[in-house]
Every structure is written in C-alpha cells, then in structure tokens.
Design a binder for this molecule. Structure first.
Ligand code: COA
Length: 151
C-alpha cells in the first residue's frame, strides 16, 4: 500500500490487480485501447509497474508505467471506474505515480492524453513537450503485422 485517502487505497502490488476488470475497462470503455486482447493486457502488465486503486476490496482505478526504472517512464492506461469518477481517484493515482520512490525520480516521464491535460499538469507536474519537433514516433502498420505475424 503506498497511499490512502478517505475510502480509497492505492497499491503497486501486482497480485491484487483485477486483470479481468482492467481488461474490460481498456478494451471496451477506453478511447485508446479498444479491442486490446486479454493476452495483450497480461503481457503489458508483466512489463510495467501497475497502480491499482481499491475501495472496499474492489478495484476502482488503474494506471501503469512502462519504465527502465532509471531514466524513462511512459504513464499510460489511466482509468477510473465510471461510478467513482469525480471523487479524486484520478488525482490520487497521478499523485501516487509521481510520489513513487523510484518512478518519482525518473529523469523523464511522458504520457499522451486527448483531454485530461489539466489532471496531469495540476497533480503530477507534467507539461507540454518543449520541442516537439525533436520527438519521433513509429507505429506498427498492417504490413508490419503481416511481416511479423501475430505475437
Ligand atoms: C480522466 C480520469 C482518469 C479522471 O479521473 P477522476 O477520478 O474522475 O478525476 P478526479 O476526481 O481525480 O479529478 C480530476 C481532476 O483533473 C481535472 N481534469 C482535467 N481534465 C480532465 C478530464 N479529461 N477528465 C476528468 N478530469 C479532468 C479535473 O478538473 C479535476 O481537477 P480539479 O478537481 O482541480 O478540477 C477519469 O475520468 C477516466 O478514467 N476517464 C476515462 C478514461 C480516460 O480518459 N483516462 C485518461 C486517459 S489520458
């Protein structure tokens, strides 16, 4: 357990995660991971530091950081159960990530968001990338999928 506020508790204990629920949130309700398979979710969790938020023994929030735990982290898959939104769970998650003894000291942590900039700016100290022209991204294409096959 790494943070507690009112009825909510944040934990990085991977064995507590409700993977079925996380998969449902991401694959059915998120705008960025529609259709992500259960196997893909499990493999992504195995390579991340995951944060779960719990209320009365039930998981109500999730976030994970893909990281080398020294220089770089990618904060992603931030999700709060619809019934618990607007009660500070998202803030609790972002604060827990940035207060984490290792992740809070990463040289750089990045994220992408459609509309929640204020959450990360206000409660995590994130800001827009200063020189976006220096950044590049590669996305897998249909031909990559065909070339490498399903993993
Ligand atoms: C975004 C989300 C994680 C916020 O969690 P939450 O528990 O509802 O948010 P909180 O109650 O902790 O409050 C969020 C704070 O960030 C601000 N905020 C900025 N952008 C926001 C957004 N798009 N949605 C919700 N809050 C937002 C709120 O105004 C609030 O700050 P304030 O109290 O100072 O006004 C949650 O709404 C969610 O899971 N949405 C669906 C998935 C999603 O969009 N995830 C984020 C992907 S980047």
């Amino acid at each position: 357990m790494i943070a507690e506020r009112t009825e909510y508790e944040v934990s990085t204990d991977a064995t507590r995660l409700d993977v079925e629920r996380v998969h449902r949130w991401l694959s059915e309700q998120s705008y960025w991971a529609q259709g992500r398979t259960r196997d893909e979710v499990e493999r992504s969790l195995a390579r991340s530091v995951s944060f779960g938020v719990y209320c009365g023994g039930e998981q109500v929030g999730f976030a994970r950081v893909v990281t080398d735990e020294v220089t770089f982290g990618w904060l992603c898959d931030v999700f709060v159960d619809e019934e618990h939104r607007g009660r500070g769970v998202g803030k609790l998650l972002v604060e827990a990530v940035t207060a984490h003894p290792t992740l809070g000291r990463l040289r750089m942590m990045v994220l992408a968001t459609r509309d929640a900039h204020g959450l990360y700016e206000g409660y995590g100290g994130f800001h827009a990338i200063e020189k976006p022209a220096r950044w590049m991204v590669r996305r897998a294409t249909a031909s990559d999928e065909a070339r490498h096959g399903a993993t």
